[in-house]
Design a protein around this ligand. Structure first.
Ligand code: SF4
Ligand code: SF4
Ligand code: FES
Length: 539
């Protein structure tokens, strides 16, 4: 029996000689339990003795073997080659200049970290050892596990698009460690603020690739934001605006609550109905900025015969941005209000359009506040996939557009909803091309708007979305399908500003067009209807 082999494609590049990188493929015998570093040693010993790659400890301790493996950064010595893997592609860490083959120069990152003085500075000479009790550093202790492999930095969407504005995850790790060290007299909080503390989208891509499972968004960025806001009132102007608006109108958009359900005026959508099976929680973006999402969702629920209601002007913000800037007191008010509404009216299920509301109800309320809403919370894509399966919605009219799908971080990486949106797209006959560079599902690059970034750094949010469109959207795709109105809104800004030849569409709009046919025009509006129809014709 022939021994199994794995095809290993390795990027080779000597910038002093080659005009551009190229890939060479090598067949490597598969051995159970082998790691990527073992494959590289084999290639070096049997095929290419000049292959350049770094390694030292082979134990995940020195951080030197980090590289891109199938488009995802990680440590070669800690990454198993799976038995059924036929092929694996290796490239140097992105972001950094290549020295040769798989070796990069991380000097830019190191210099940025050195600039923040990443060490404890005491106020005066210390006479005797200072005692630090375990509970004082408990929260930031995991940060000390960092081996500075730079994998997280190379995957960070904000670093990729705007490294000048945001210092990046390694720097934030140092700043959190130092901000919580009581011996430290240096003002690392102000440094963090200046280094883009509020430019992290909290997308979690850094955590996803970290071999040490360090939770930078929560344990570094979140912890420093907590101190920055609660101890020093360090906030960006955009966040102050949002906070004021939330306090005055219970929404972050400075809109009057009375207009929250204006989108539904011609739809006979039930408002404030008690004991409905489904509370459709519309969310602020769909209520005011992307109303065709709300209209399509309400129409689909009603066509499926669902017993549902919206809260109308009684709906309040979910509090998402408050968790990102750590105003937990106000977040608690919104959470308790929502819990009361659900209990008083005996709703059985909550359905959201926005991935951010979905995460807030499902994850932030219970984990950050200990508040359970007491009923299942579903995203509309989960509900509609089930309605299609049950025959309650029939996708009669094919929507044959060539498109790609953007996985919102809050829906995908944070809560594992990947398949239902794709199932719906398939039912509609959409020709789906996944995002390039392995940037879909758990590796999806963030849209740039989350984590409070859109309110604090509008240009950064737009640049991150623009980077995603430029680098990840396949050229065959004429549209980007969304399942979050907030991502949609931010991508729309990027596409319009940069004049990208691609359109943003929401999955519920497509589904409604398929279920209703031309009649859907009056729900989603002439402009959107014509744009999507034109895409189908282009195919
Ligand atoms: S946080 Fe994790 S991925 Fe980032 S440099 Fe440290 S060990 Fe590497
Ligand atoms: S959470 Fe996302 S934006 Fe923030 S540091 Fe990690 S990868 Fe970068
Ligand atoms: S060789 Fe040291 S971390 Fe991989």
């Amino acid at each position: 029996m022939t021994k199994p082999t794995v095809k290993v494609n390795v990027q080779l590049y000597d910038p002093t000689r080659d005009s551009k990188p190229r890939y060479e493929s090598y067949d490597v015998p598969y051995v159970e339990g082998m790691r990527v570093l073992d494959a590289l040693h084999y290639i070096h010993d049997h095929y290419n003795s000049s292959l350049a790659y770094r390694w030292e400890c082979r134990a995940g301790q020195c951080g030197s073997c980090a590289m891109m493996m199938n488009g995802k950064a990680g440590l070669a010595c800690q990454t198993n080659i799976l038995q059924d893997a036929r092929e694996i592609t290796l490239a140097p860490l992105s972001i950094f200049p290549v020295v040769r083959d798989l070796v990069v120069d991380v000097e830019k990152g190191v210099n940025k970290v050195l600039k923040i003085r990443p060490y404890v500075q005491t106020a005066s000479s210390v006479k005797r050892p200072q005692v630090i009790y375990p509970h004082e550093i408990e929260d930031v202790k995991p940060l000390k596990e960092c081996v500075e492999c730079w994998a997280c930095v190379s995957m960070c969407p904000v670093v990729q698009a705007a490294w000048d504005t945001y210092g990046g995850p390694v720097m934030m790790g140092h700043l959190a460690r130092l901000s919580y060290d009581k011996r430290n007299a240096f003002d690392h909080l102000s440094v963090a603020f200046l280094e883009g503390l509020y430019a992290c989208t909290q997308c979690g891509n850094c955590k996803e690739v970290c071999a040490k499972e360090i939770d930078i968004p929560e344990k570094a960025v979140g912890k420093v934001r907590y101190l920055a806001y609660n101890k020093r009132n360090l906030l960006r102007e955009g966040h102050r605006f949002v906070l004021n608006s939330l306090k005055m109108h219970a929404n972050p958009l400075d809109e009057s609550s009375n207009t929250r359900a204006n989108w539904a005026s011609d739809l006979q959508t039930p408002i404030g109905k008690r004991e409905a099976e489904i509370l459709y929680y519309v969310g602020c973006m769909a209520s005011w900025r992307e109303q065709s999402v709300a209209r399509s969702t309400a129409k689909l629920l009603s066509m499926a015969g669902a017993d549902f209601t919206i809260l109308g002007s009684a709906e309040k913000d979910c509090g998402s941005v408050l968790f990102r800037i750590n105003d937990l007191e106000l977040a608690r008010e919104f959470a308790l209000y929502m819990k009361d509404k659900v209990r008083e009216n005996r709703y059985k299920t909550i359905v959201t359009s926005c991935a951010g509301c979905f995460r807030t109800f499902r994850k932030d309320y219970p984990e950050r506040l200990g508040i359970e809403l007491g009923v299942p919370v579903l995203h509309s894509s989960e509900v509609f996939a089930e309605f299609i399966r049950d025959g309650r919605l029939v996708a009669k009219n094919p929507v044959q557009i060539e498109a790609t799908y953007h996985d919102p971080c809050h829906l995908g990486r944070h809560l594992g909803v990947y398949d239902q949106p794709r199932q719906i797209a398939k039912e509609l006959n959409v020709i789906l091309h996944e995002m390039l560079n392995n940037r879909y599902k758990e590796n999806a690059r963030c849209c740039g708007a989350g984590g409070g970034v859109r309110s604090a750094f509008r240009e950064v949010a737009r640049d991150v979305a623009a980077y995603r469109v430029e680098v990840d959207v396949p050229k065959e795709a004429k549209a980007i399908i969304h399942t979050c109105p907030f991502c949609y809104f931010n991508f729309e800004d990027a596409v319009e500003t940069r004049k990208f030849p691609v359109q943003n569409v929401d999955l519920t709009e497509l589904l409604l067009m398929s279920v209703m046919g031309p009649e859907s025009r009056k729900i989603i509006g002439d402009r959107r209807y014509d744009q999507i129809s034109a895409l189908a014709e282009k195919k």
